[in-house]
Write a protein that binds this ligand. Structure first.
Ligand SMILES: [Zn+2]
Length: 344
């Protein structure tokens, strides 16, 4: 049986579709920003190595809520133009280092206005960082604007309007993130409708920490084009059949799911059941800092620990490009490059 190596996977051109900006800082940058901003006391450690060790504690987060609490540590540092540009640029650089050629980065602009930045300044800073670093490193980096389940529907609509206003300079989609329990996606219907009517794509976090009803609502009520996580789909045979029949892309993030304990371990993670059922699965990190993984190591893990065959892993890589929110010619070109790299 063919066994893939990390070197092989790294050498292939890849896409990453589910990646949170505020979960993907470098520990060294966090310490540097904390020093610059006089916020070292707000950090759980005072140097990059100890900070990286402290962040490993997230492996024992045990719930989505505990996992999300870690974002407070990064967000406090991401309140200036300079910090946002730097963090966005470095994320693109880190993706380029493992041959990720296409990236969709997501974030909620509302979480970056605590020190006086306008939403517009937040957007232009992140878009500038992505665009400039993308040009330097040969990565196409687009942006997804997230609304949050716990916020008021009015704020979600405002964010959808902000996303639409930047549709022509790098925003490709609108998303809803945050704890699912008690916060149904349908409460934000007006925001989804505004995004869709203005030609933005929709991806919604669903079926992560809540069951298949959450996926049904995101797809069938809110009109999502892709589902963030979606792993609870395996618990509903009819829904799984629908998702397979319509080839709805699922943005699966195995390490994140084990950290939040929505999957007990890698061996029992639903990804192999989804793939074997014929679902359209992509593999992502969710957050590079918190998972401490690259998309390459995440793909390897699906192979060595979750039970995907080499062919299934290659299909997941190609699916990353197929499900990207870009035009068909671009997809064909990326897929051609992937095919050539696999044959090499
Ligand atoms: Zn996510």
């Amino acid at each position: 049986m063919e066994v893939l190596s990390i070197e092989q996977i790294r050498s292939w051109p890849k896409a990453e579709l589910h990646l949170h900006l505020d979960g993907s800082l470098r520990p060294s940058t966090m310490i540097a920003l904390a020093k610059e901003q006089g916020k070292l006391d707000a950090m759980p450690a005072q140097d990059p190595e100890s900070l990286a060790t402290a962040i490993r504690g997230i492996d024992k987060a045990g719930s989505l809520e505990a996992y999300l609490a870690w974002f407070k540590v990064t967000l406090v540092l991401m309140q200036t133009r300079e910090a946002l540009i730097r963090v966005a640029s470095e994320l693109v650089e880190d993706a380029a280092a493992e041959n990720v050629r296409y990236l969709e980065v997501r974030f909620c602009p509302l979480l970056h206005v605590n020190e006086g930045l306008t939403l517009e300044a937040v957007m232009t800073s992140v878009l500038t960082g992505l665009r400039e670093a993308g040009a330097r490193h040969g990565v196409q980096a687009n942006l997804i604007v997230c609304a949050l389940r716990g916020k008021h529907a009015r704020e979600s609509l405002h964010l959808a309007q902000l996303a639409v206003a930047h549709r022509n300079d790098g925003v490709v989609a609108f998303d809803l993130a945050g704890p699912e329990a008690g916060h149904p996606a349908k409460e934000h219907l007006e925001a989804f409708s505004h995004a869709r009517r203005n030609l933005l794509a929709l991806t919604i976090h669903a079926g992560e920490s809540w069951g298949p009803t959450s996926v049904r609502q995101a797809l069938l009520v809110c009109g999502a084009h892709r589902i963030g996580h979606g792993i609870a789909t395996v618990d509903d045979a009819e829904l799984l059949d629908y998702v397979v029949r319509h080839q709805v892309p699922l943005e699966v993030c195995p390490t994140s799911n084990v950290q939040t304990q929505v999957a007990p371990d890698y061996a029992r993670h639903p990804i192999s059941r989804l793939v074997n059922a014929g679902a359209f699965v992509t593999v992502n990190t969710d957050s590079r800092l918190f998972s401490s993984w690259t998309v390459s190591s995440e793909l390897l893990r699906t192979h060595t620990e979750c039970g995907l065959t080499a062919d299934q892993v290659r299909t997941c890589v190609a699916n990353g490009f197929r499900a990207a929110f870009i035009d068909p010619d671009q997809k064909r070109s990326y897929l051609q490059e992937l095919e050539e790299a696999i044959q090499a």
